[in-house]
Design a protein around this ligand. Sequence first.
Ligand code: DHB
Length: 368
Amino acid sequence: GAQQAPFKIGLILPMTGQQATTGRQIEAAAKLWMAQNGDTVAGRKIELIVKDDTSLPDVTRRLAQELVVNEKVDVLAGMGITPSAMATAPIATQSKTPLVVMAAATSSITEASPFIVRTSFTLPQVSVALADWAPRNGIKNVVTLVTDYGPGLDAEKFFKSRFEFNGGKVPESLRVPLRNPDFAPFLQKVRDLKPDALFVFVPSGAGAAVMKQFGERGMDKAGIKLIATGDVTDDDQLNDMGDVALGVVSSHHYSAAHPSAANKKFVEAFQKANKAMRPNFMAVGGYDGMRVIYEALKKTGGKGGGQALVDAMKGQIFESPRGPVFIDAQTRDIVQNVYLRKVEKKDGQLWNAEFDVIKDVKDPGKSK
Ligand code: DHB
């Protein structure tokens, strides 16, 4: 028979600009998936087209439009930040192209298009566990500090309401801008308020700056604990944060230290292929996103088609390096375990060591 056309995946990532670490992690993970699983699926040659949106949503939208119209991609993927995913959603809907969101994590993203499927996480999903843990561990009074956009507002809202429901007090909620954030004045304010703990969400790549200034301002010595979503104790940066990070408790869906055979294999292969770079939660979102695309194409017998692919993504169940996951057929969002972790030193390296798990957590942002 005639040679089948290649199956094109348009992977739009922030390879430069403020979110460049996200792009670097996801590109490496997508390439690792292809190296391990081949570049032919159900008779179709897989063509991965990587585009750099420079961390700017207007560029994401323009690149998505070009990929759909000129390259006729079968799937769009990537989306380093929420504004990029939101800007691309209408293109996915109009062109009936599946959009696999591998990074962005505001709850409402999956509601922006019926063609969106998510393999990352949501901030409500990971924030609630910490709001349950804190009051059971002597933390009654918490100031929140989040980046002032979708995921930060989700983290603030869901942490605060659950923590208050559990009897905790949140005297102040601080928001820092996404572009060129300066944490110093906010941390000074927190020092003056002297809560039991500071709860922080910042996007991947910004955690090291928070940690450094937290240490420099002597917050820990003033008796203020740092608790955070795992975006702050990001495995991409954690090992360079120094001892100020020791003991920080966070909640998240992935740790490079997750003690499963599947994860050990993933981390080893990733580090071998990438000059010892440690994979973070972004890498896992990219790796699992590629699996979801491969499995969907297999299910359609290599035929593809936007609606058929989305339908074949719904309900997928598999073991990720993060643990067991599934794609909720109703919401097209990922259901997964959320882990409580504490930063510990092992063999001279810093790790997010998991000490508790809440199983099969759905995004609470969608339950009303
Ligand atoms: C988003 C980006 C991040 O880097 C992160 O860690 C969480 C959420 C976002 O823009 O949705």
